[in-house]
Every structure is written in C-alpha cells, then in structure tokens.
Design a protein around this ligand. Sequence first.
Ligand SMILES: [Fe+2]
Length: 231
Amino acid sequence: MMQTTPCSVHALELGPMENFIYLICDHASATAAVVDPAWEVPEIIRLADRLGVTITDILLTHSHHDHINGLQEILERYDAQLHLMKVEAKFWGHELEKPTLHYGGDHIELGKTRIEVLHTPGHTPGAACYLTGNNLITGDTLFVFGCGRCDLSGGNPEQMYTTLKRLKENLPRDTVIHPGHNYAEKPTTTLEEQIEGNPFMHFDAVHDFVHYRMHEHDRIRHAPYRAIRQQ
Ligand SMILES: [Fe+2]
C-alpha cells in the first residue's frame, strides 16, 4: 500500500488513571517511538507487533510515575534509545542509562520521520511536547478542554501560562492534539477547538490564569471535561 505520510500515531489507553501511551510509527523503516511507556507493557508490545514495527526509541513527556512505570520493561524487551529533556532528567534525579537529553527546539530522527522536541514547562520543569507533522503529543501539558496540574512538586502555573500561549501562537490551528490522559468525552482534538473551548486558553493576564489554575478550576470542573465558551 502507498503511504502518503511518513508516519502514523497510534494510541493505547492503559491503567487506572486513563493514561494514553502512543506509538509514532515510521513507515519507511518499520520502526516506532513509544511515548510514555506505562502500565500494561504487553499491550504496547502487542500493538507494535500488530503494526509490524520495532520500538527503537522511547520518548518521555515528563517523569511522573504514571507515564514511566513501563520503562524498564520496554528496555528489557527492546534495544531502544531513551529521550527526555535535560531539565526533566535533573528534576527526576533517577539513574538513567545513557539517555539522549534534549533542550527544546531540537529534534529526533525516526527513520524518515522528524519529531520536534518542544520544551513546555508548567506541569513539571522539563515537560516536553513532541511534534511530528501536524500531530502534537502533549503529555500532561494540554488535555482535551483541560491542562495539567501546577501544584505538584516542580509545577509552575506562570510557566504553564506561557507554555499554552506559545502553543497557541506558534502552531497551526489544524494541529491534532494527543493528550497524556483521557479526561474528556473524546480522545483527541485540534488546537483550533482548544483555542475556542479550553478555558485555560482563554486568559490574557497571567495572574487570572494562575488564580484559576491554582484555586478555582478543580472546585468547579471535573472530568469528563467539556468545551467552555470564552466569557
Ligand atoms: Fe503528570
């Protein structure tokens, strides 16, 4: 079959916290990058086998337990290169065997697929989003009609405000968002739809955003998140 795009993105929803684990598959080389391997690693392996790809790279959006608890099991099965932000590796403080450390603005080559690394702090200091074609894998930075918490260790709501503003200003509106958790009524969305309906995208003043994220949001809104019109 002719492939018109160099890669495809496949999602698995695994574990008790509704995590999304992604495979970015490069068609030319039949290799894949797994993003945030966690929970049921046999399911990830089964998907890779079904797609006929070998996992050569592991990409972490951040170091929280629910996004990395399958890392060792993946490394035991595949000879795969681990990628994460240098800042996140330092924040995590975990002994890692020869990871490739990224700085944001750099990229990863997966066969003929180019994956850009975006530094998106706010949920954690070295949180990353991964952009390939018009697909953006956002981890706990941006959810469908939501965004990641900023009150945990290493969280910073001012940084989250800037991160979301940059995504809004720098990426095409038809960018497809692939979040780290299934917290809405549908698994994916577009940036356009988030600019319209995601309340975290509606702020023009950082202090209003910080108040909403830190004190208001979790009292008044619960998953599954739905679109909110800008007031
Ligand atoms: Fe997280």
